[in-house]
Design a protein around this ligand. Structure first.
Ligand code: FNR
Length: 407
């Protein structure tokens, strides 16, 4: 394959390098995978309304996120088992993010410990918390404070695991078992297998394995990959009290939940349907950006993810009010293809596409973007009363079009 020029090319490289079951674990969604398509279609429904005759000879995609400068409105999303994709994959992703000038979010289910990541990778490191078990969560929060993390992302959309049918069919589950099919798959992907063996074999979930207080019950919960489904608003308040720095709630899909997260002391939210890996028919985050923005009224940072594959997707999300966008699979495909260099290459492609889109829209900076640069898909959608349709108005050049009352 000639050198990759877009995220889809990296997806193809990842498909070739990884054993089938591992590629499916990354690439797949829940149940019928309608959500995967819906996340993409949400972006397709918006087209651009470029402004002409603007001097765009100098442009800058840099912006502020949670009080810090970022080179572009991007961050790398938390993903578990990165060490299976590439040796020490968490460190590779964090270094790519640092080189690109964007934050990296480390998953609870990472394959290096949060302490090791903080010691070996610089840059803006965030820690993502899964509440598998309260003792374990308290322990992780204390450790993250001690290790110097300044941003905690609590994921609230995994009350239990999504029904990922590719994984079920492939028998992809923790702990990984060496069945004849697994071994055959490995033999067919020698580059991946060799790299894994050189790095010491199948990596463990280091944040849990290295936990000082993690008890037997907590470890059992982890092995079953079962979350504490009783985690609710009062627990978020308790977490807010324990965590002294920035707190972000990830997995929000409703304006009232977003506003409530801020009222409970969160500094921001990530609108996400977990990349369509949880509830197949969950709304696409892009479709709730406008009501969430209105409900939060500038009181906290609004980020989104799920389905972002192009710089133009990022521009659409920012135009609709997102402060930043998280890249999930996009950077994982880069990691799978070529480690840190591959992930960085993906970010560079997305940044370049953001820059081109800004230029062609007549925008010099991220701050120039507004809903007035977008036109939502047609009136036929409006008849169905879908949330994005209120945007369609005769004077599409006005920022007010997205504030129009819904039919
Ligand atoms: C995820 N995601 C995720 N989220 C989280 O909060 N903690 C985690 O450990 C994981 N693990 C994980 C593994 C893999 C393989 C994927 C693809 C995703 C969800 C992730 O943070 C993000 O929300 C989605 O990936 C965004 O969708 P796209 O960009 O992948 O379409």
């Amino acid at each position: 394959m000639p050198s990759p020029i877009n995220v889809e090319d990296f997806r193809e490289l990842a498909r070739r390098r990884l054993p089938r079951r591992l590629f499916d674990y990354i690439d797949g969604g829940a149940e019928d995978e309608r959500g995967l398509r819906r996340n993409r279609e949400a972006f397709d429904r918006f087209t651009f309304l470029p402004r002409r005759l603007v001097d765009v000879s100098t442009r800058d995609a840099a912006t502020q996120l949670l009080g810090r400068s970022v080179a572009a409105p991007l961050a790398i999303a938390p993903t578990g088992l990165n060490g299976l994709i590439w040796p020490h994959g968490d460190i590779a992703l964090a270094r790519a993010a640092q080189r690109a000038g964007i934050p990296f979010v480390m998953s609870t289910a990472s394959n290096v410990s949060l302490e090791r990541l903080a010691a070996e990778a610089g840059g803006d490191l965030w820690f993502q918390l899964y509440v598998l078990h309260r003792d374990l969560a308290d322990d992780l929060v204390e450790r993250a404070v001690r290790a110097g993390y300044r941003t905690l992302v609590v994921t609230v959309d995994v009350t239990l695991n999504g029904k990922r049918e590719r994984d079920m069919r492939n028998g992809f589950a923790l702990p990984l078992r060496y069945t004849p099919r697994v071994v055959l798959d490995a033999v067919r992907h020698p580059r991946w297998t060799y790299a894994l063996l050189r790095a010491g074999g199948v990596p463990s979930l280091e944040n849990i394995a290295s936990g000082s207080k993690s008890n037997v019950q907590a470890k059992a919960a982890l092995l079953r990959r079962q979350m504490d489904a009783s985690f609710a608003w009062e627990d978020l308040r308790r977490l807010r009290d324990r965590w002294p720095h920035r707190l972000i709630v990830k997995g929000i899909l409703r304006a009232d939940d977003a506003a409530r997260s801020i009222e409970f002391g969160a500094d921001g939210v990530v609108l996400s349907n977990h990349g369509a890996r949880q509830l197949d028919d969950a709304v696409a985050p892009l479709d709730v950006l406008t009501p969430v923005k209105n409900a939060c009224a500038g009181r906290g940072a609004i980020m989104m993810d799920s389905g972002v594959r192009r710089g133009s997707d990022v521009v659409k999300a920012v135009a609709l009010g997102a402060d930043a966008v998280l890249l999930g699979r996009a950077t994982l495909y880069g990691l799978a293809a070529a480690g840190e260099a591959g992930a960085l290459h993906v970010i560079d492609i997305v940044k370049d596409e953001i820059d081109r889109t800004l230029a062609m829209l007549g925008c010099r900076t991220i701050a120039d973007l507004s809903p007035g640069h977008l036109l939502a898909a047609g009136a036929r959608m409006a008849d169905r009363g879908a949330p994005w349709t209120a945007a369609v108005a005769p004077n599409a050049d006005s920022d007010a079009i997205f504030d129009a009352p819904q039919r």
